[in-house]
Design a protein around this ligand. Structure first.
Ligand code: ARG
Length: 459
């Protein structure tokens, strides 16, 4: 008979049994379920709802089950529906009727809310470790490439020269915000719903705060309806994970472009690229493409849970069993993506010379030439027009701005002097942008130091 079968006269249809069972996926919560049950049983013993000996029998029974599950010796049953009832059933089979007392003062509704929070808290911590490693690797690359010049782009057209260090620092800022979002989600997640019961709390004098503390929570939930029906913590994780994947995806897009023959800015290490089954010459950036592709899955996970939750009346509804697979999928996808991104970044080869050559092309110093005139009191709008005409001229002649001689330039504007060449050299264009947040080596060094401090604060 089902654990809840008392008021039923008929067995569940076998199709329904399979349809509503969640054990195939929620078995992933076994550790957290047992951890929560041990804390609950210990507390029931302390308040005298169970005798001390009953509580300790339950606790040692649960501890044995945990060991057996980890040893692979436990076969879960679809008929027992979910991980909570599978474990309770095993417990009763092993220690007898005392096992049936474990569920006193508790419902699967507050139990699953607790388990899911415990699970996600651990996974947020794991995700943080992987993200921190990625940020540290990026910061090391930034240390190394302060003088690796490259073109900066807008509209994927060459715009102004920057350095690789400066470019990668943009991603450091994104990932630091992602880390902050994970911390925020963790903070709001970290309260215990246990004691909310099915929806209306319980008549047993449970020590909610003590159990919460024992399980590492900062406090308890303050409304029993909300305690069992809130999945904001999962949504916040999924939202943060989606934004993080978006950042990884943008970075991957750039790695893909940069590793193309047309760009040749970087060479992805052989260990992180793959070949073609027909074209012998191919080396494809599949890893980066897959991370970009998997971003869509994580967005899907977020949309799935938002949609599951949107129409639900308070409090628990079975719809909410659909919360798990999307979170599991997002956790796995984000963690695997970070895990593979970090070494791919650390091992990629940077083709300095190509980057520098390309940084000089495309009139990336045109703004600096206009600024040169503006500094000599030519109104900027006028300077812009003058340089625009020079660019047109150069385009027709197939040369760069610095190839024009002073005589030619003076014809266009008498304020040009010999010092203009220095003012529009690649080095000057970057180095003079020594403004907070700018690409000059000094500015980037400062940003790196501040970012390292921020990272330490977020760890
Ligand atoms: N397997 C269920 C879930 O994941 C556990 C809670 C079930 N509660 C209930 N009253 N049916 O949501």
């Amino acid at each position: 008979m089902k654990l809840w079968g008392g008021r039923f006269e008929k067995d569940t249809d076998s199709l329904v049994e399979d349809f509503h069972s969640s054990i195939s996926f929620d078995q992933r919560l076994y550790k957290h379920d047992i951890q929560g049950s041990i804390a609950h049983a210990g507390m029931l013993g302390r308040i005298g709802v169970l005798t001390e000996s009953e509580a300790s029998k339950i606790i040692s029974g649960l501890t044995d089950i945990l060991k057996d599950i980890e040893a692979g010796d436990v076969q879960f049953e679809v008929g027992a529906e979910d991980i909570h009832m599978n474990i309770e059933k095993l417990l009763t089979e092993r220690i007898g009727d005392i096992g049936k007392k474990l569920h006193t003062g508790r419902s699967r509704n507050d139990q699953v809310a607790l388990d899911f929070r415990l699970f996600l808290r651990a996974e947020i911590d794991q995700t943080k470790i992987l993200l921190i490693k990625t940020i540290e690797t990026l910061l090391e690359l930034c240390d190394k490439h302060l003088y690796t010049w490259m073109p900066g782009y807008t509209h994927l057209q060459k715009a102004q020269p920057i350095t690789l260090s400066h470019h990668l620092m943009a991603y450091v800022q994104m990932f630091l915000r992602d880390l902050g979002r994970l911390n925020d989600a963790r903070k709001r997640l970290n309260v215990s719903p246990l004691g909310s019961g099915a929806l209306a709390g319980t008549t047993f004098p449970l020590q909610r705060e003590e159990v919460a503390r024992e399980l590492g929570f900062d406090g308890v939930t303050w409304n029993s309806l909300d305690g069992v029906s809130d999945r904001d913590f999962a949504l916040e994780f999924l939202a943060g994970a989606s934004i993080l994947m978006m950042h990884l995806s943008r970075m991957c897009e750039e790695l893909i472009i940069w590793s193309s023959g047309e760009f040749s800015f970087i060479t992805i290490d052989d260990a992180y690229a793959t070949g073609s089954s027909i074209m012998p010459q191919k080396k494809n950036p599949d890893v980066a493409e897959l991370v970009r592709g998997k971003t869509g899955r994580v967005y899907g996970d977020l949309m799935a849970l938002l949609t599951v939750m949107k129409g639900l009346p308070l409090a628990y509804n079975k719809d909410m069993q659909e919360d798990k697979e999307c979170v599991f999928d997002a956790v796995d996808t984000v963690q695997k993506s970070l895990l593979v991104m970090e070494p791919m970044l650390a091992t990629m080869k940077v083709n300095h010379r190509v980057m520098e050559e390309e940084a000089k092309k495309g009139f990336t110093n045109a703004t600096d030439l206009a600024d040169y005139l503006a500094k000599k009191n030519v109104p900027f709008r006028e300077a812009h027009a003058i340089v625009g005409r020079l660019v047109l001229e150069c385009t027709q002649r197939g040369c760069a701005l610095e190839d024009l001689n002073l005589v030619e330039l003076k014809k266009v504007s008498p304020v040009f002097e010999e010092d203009l060449y220095e003012a529009i050299s690649l080095e000057t264009c970057v180095d003079k942008r020594n403004i907070t947040g700018g690409p000059a080596a000094q500015a980037v060094q400062k940003a790196i130091a501040v970012s390292r401090q921020t990272l330490n604060g977020l760890k």
